[in-house]
Write a protein that binds this ligand. Sequence first.
Ligand code: ADP
Ligand code: NA
Length: 324
Amino acid sequence: MKTIFSGIQPSGTLTIGNYLGAIQQFVELQNNYNCYFCIVDEHAITVPQDRLELRKNIKSLAALYIASGIDPDSSTLFIQSEVPEHTQLGWMLQSISYVGELERMTQYKDKSQGQEAISSALLTYPSLMAADILLYNTDVVPVGDDQKQHLELTRNLAQRFNNRFNDIFTVPEVRIPKVGARIMSLQEPSKKMSKSDTNQKGFISMLDEPKRIEKKIKSAVTDSEGIVKFDKKNKPGVSNLLTIYSSCTGESIADLEKKYEGKGYGDFKQGVANAVIDTLRPIQEKYEQLIQSDELDAILDQGRDKASLSAGKTIKKAKKAMGL
Ligand code: ADP
Ligand code: NA
């Protein structure tokens, strides 16, 4: 069976971008792959985090993974910082990463822009991400479109290590969903939807109440044409809403265009809101049960033990290959 690895940062409540771009495919793939799903808390601390907030977000992310349909008995769900091999291999891979290639990462450029004090970890983060993936002999990495460049670097680092030392790493493939790979901000459809956005109206959190979801979608930026048509370049707002709708219900974008032919944006937005609310309702119900129960700690301990087994074997080989 092939292996999958993917991670999500506990840097805020997940958005429907994270759900449609990442988690939804995890759930689809988990029966056919040996899966590792990680809560990448060490990535979250590359920018300042509040200690208590971070603890809360880690728990909440674990509950959201499971509430969305990740089965912690068949998949390995764990916290990155509980498996020290991640930072260990991360350091080894930093040693073969070039500052130049790290500086070229668009996420680094975006996140460091306008910042006075940029942590060095924000720059080297992709080397740690490569370690996350390579520790598990990962074949496939399902992610949203924004991670494509980091995945390319991971592949380069794996090959560089294999050539320079010993052929021990599997070179992973990236897997990006056909629809929903890049959900955009509702307020600035040229920007990707992100849980760390300061504009609350720009994203829908997976835990937003139905009323709030409806309000955010009703105030989403569109255009003055009044025509529900997919045209990313000229109608980015409407196209984004069509994408969200389609990835929630599985209806094709062409079918949705037909459904709303001759109707205004009011009807259309109500349809989008209903699709999102219906998608999130069962997840939110399950989440409420989980977060109040005390199951999560045991699940995460079990995940840590399973992950450590594989990570320990890889680090041993990698150290030997490098002469450590
Ligand atoms: P964020 O950018 O919201 O902080 P992460 O960096 O933790 O999220 O990304 C977790 C996963 O969610 C990654 O696979 C990423 O590609 C995906 N993802 C993040 N934002 C979006 C989006 N707007 N549309 C689709 N996928 C997304
Ligand atoms: Na991201």
